[in-house]
Design a protein around this ligand. Sequence first.
Ligand code: SAM
Length: 339
Amino acid sequence: MSAAPTRVTGRDRRATLEAVSASLPSRVDYLRLSVTDRCNLRCVYCMPPQGVAPRRHDEILSYEELLAFAETAVASGISKVRVTGGEPLVRKGLVDFIARLAALDGLTDLSLTSNGILLPRYAAGLRAAGLRRVNVSIDSLDARRYGELTRGARLADALAGLDAAFAAGFSPVKVNAVLFSGCEDEVEGFVDLTRRRDVHVRFIEYMPLDRQVAAGHTLVPAGLILERLRRDHAVEPVAGPFGLGPARYYRVPGALGTIGFIAGVSDHFCDRCNRLRLTADGRLKTCLFSAAESELDVRPLIERPDELARALAAAVAGKRFDRTTEAPDAGRAMSQIGG
Ligand code: SAM
């Protein structure tokens, strides 16, 4: 029988944390932290029609545990954290959690990804808590299509969330749009949005993570959208907004914002990957494609920063940067990983 883990708390914990050295390779500096597997939307490509059975509350990491994990990850070399879900804003107490995360020494960039529906309620509080920037996922600017894609949500609510993000002073504000074949006519609407607002729209290639969910949805290669954009506008490549990622950006003449492309399928960026993911139930994924067996269960290590740091470094040492040809892990829906 193995010995029960010793909890390191208080001053000892702080001392242990201080002894953790930045052991992660400098290229791996970004953590996507999923705070919940629950979502207030049911997007057709993200969840099966029956939804995904949510984990029990005791299976989900507490805010204390998430914070303790983030602390060790930051001490190990992570400098950017994105809070995601499920929908992060459906978890109670998120604003306080953000405030505590924002105060972590060594964290240089804290961001949040949301579908925007609850932003009118929380945007100002999040901004006051120290969050600087948000990404809002809006896949269609056509109310009927948005309703279909989300299985019943209202575009007006997501757009109110976008308004709230601007009103609260987040910068930059990015919009993520996953486009599917048949939705190419959406491009003009998004271009228009960048004319009116200093918003950075990123077209994201749909990644068929779970074939069942994917049925009936085929991706539009980013190149095709760019071609369409170039056909209709004299777009110019531009430097992207703050938040280094795999997107390439363009600006339509006179527009306040930009249009970017994240071509995860047609232009693999595995070799440029800088990220780790922690699922809400405490599994570290070093790759979106990682199979369940290779996930690291961090919960038993959370109270022992030195052991956690060693396990983290070992997991990252095994991270691969060439997985594009593999079959994705169908074990989890994207809503359970955090995108
Ligand atoms: N609820 C939040 C939101 O809507 O942004 C955060 C979680 S959601 C899983 C994060 C992002 O993943 C969204 O922009 C969503 O469109 C994207 N996403 C989900 N499934 C995807 C897939 N199969 N391929 C590409 N992007 C996907």
